[in-house]
Design a protein around this ligand. Structure first.
Ligand code: GLU
Length: 308
């Protein structure tokens, strides 16, 4: 198992839209355990590009919570808001593959009314050949290829072989938004490459973005990391935990036993790490030692199951 994974660099990349909740702690824990189980590094990157959704003080609260949980990252914290020149350079590199688009969300959604098979609005390519007279550029989109080049195949370490057809399932996608903010898809690809990320471990709500990111890596000439998408934590109504669905901040107040009982053990159980040795931990350092061993065992079992 180790040989393919030398030089592992993983990351946790929260958006500071609120304090850490159970869903984001689970993503942090999975990416941390996977990095440590491979003797790798684990970086922290604050994805604070959406200035409308950023919540004042949320970055510090996330950082404090990670520290209370002893989720210690390597090196300095990166902030996407300080890296916009890199995104601009990538946009320039893409040249004619990028074009200005004058469509509003409503126009794109209205163009799909007869397409019941699609849950997300596939961009119909309206501005691909130029803005119509009188139209203003709102966003900048990337042309996706037609035919075979649009079919992206990738391996998810947990779910196996997956594929998405960019042309029919996504359409030309936005790299710079109508509000002037850099789109997540471009920033994440540029940063993962610039930080030398070898392994992306995150919630499966981002599985649908992975093909777009792989296509961007390809045309920018960047390395493709390995991917592992973990199930997302949902509330009683089956909605993904998030600030929008009213997820509560995790409680990391009080002594270590409280942090174990209120945060770390529930997150570990969600990830299927339920062994008694873990449950019996009374301090956070030994919790992490035990959890890393449990994750390593799990990877071994998974590798054995795949080869048998
Ligand atoms: N910033 C994204 C989020 O908080 C995660 C990005 C990623 O892991 O690729 O949902």
């Amino acid at each position: 198992m180790q040989s393919n994974y030398s030089g592992y660099i993983g990351r946790f990349a929260p958006s500071p839209t609120g304090p850490l909740h159970m869903g984001s702690l689970v993503a942090a824990m999975a990416s941390y355990l996977d990095a440590k189980a491979h003797h790798g590094e684990w970086l922290l990157r604050i994805e604070d590009l959406d200035f409308d959704r950023n919540v004042k003080g949320a970055e510090q609260s996330i950082i404090d919570t990670l520290q209370r949980c002893q989720l210690q990252w390597n090196g300095a914290v990166e902030w996407q808001s300080r890296r916009t020149s890199l995104y601009e350079a990538a946009l320039q590199q893409l040249g004619d593959a990028v074009y200005p688009c004058g469509c509003s969300r409503k126009e794109i959604a209205d163009s799909q009314l007869n397409n019941h098979a699609s849950l997300v609005a596939v961009y119909p390519g309206t501005c691909r050949t130029g803005l119509a007279a009188g139209r203003q550029a709102r966003s900048w989109r990337l042309k996706v290829p037609a035919g075979i080049g649009s079919k992206i195949h990738f391996n998810d370490r947990w779910r196996g072989q997956l594929r998405q057809d960019l042309e029919s399932e996504v359409g030309d996608f936005v790299l710079k938004r109508a509000d002037g903010f850099w789109a997540y898809q471009l920033a994440v690809v540029v940063d993962d490459a610039a930080q030398g990320i070898t392994d992306v471990v995150r919630g499966e709500d981002l599985l649908d973005s992975t093909a777009r990111q792989i296509y961007l890596q390809k045309i920018l000439g960047l390395q493709r990391p390995r991917y592992l998408h973990i199930p997302v934590v949902t509330n009683a109504s089956g909605e993904k935990l998030s600030k929008q669905t009213g997820a509560l901040a995790i409680d990391v107040s009080g002594p270590e036993q409280n942090i174990l009982a209120n945060a770390l053990l529930p997150a570990a159980r969600f990830l299927g790490l339920t062994d008694m040795a873990l449950e019996a931990r009374t301090n956070i350092t030994s919790f992490w030692q035990q959890a890393i061993l449990a994750w390593q065992r799990r990877l071994e079992q998974h590798a054995n199951a795949a080869t048998s």
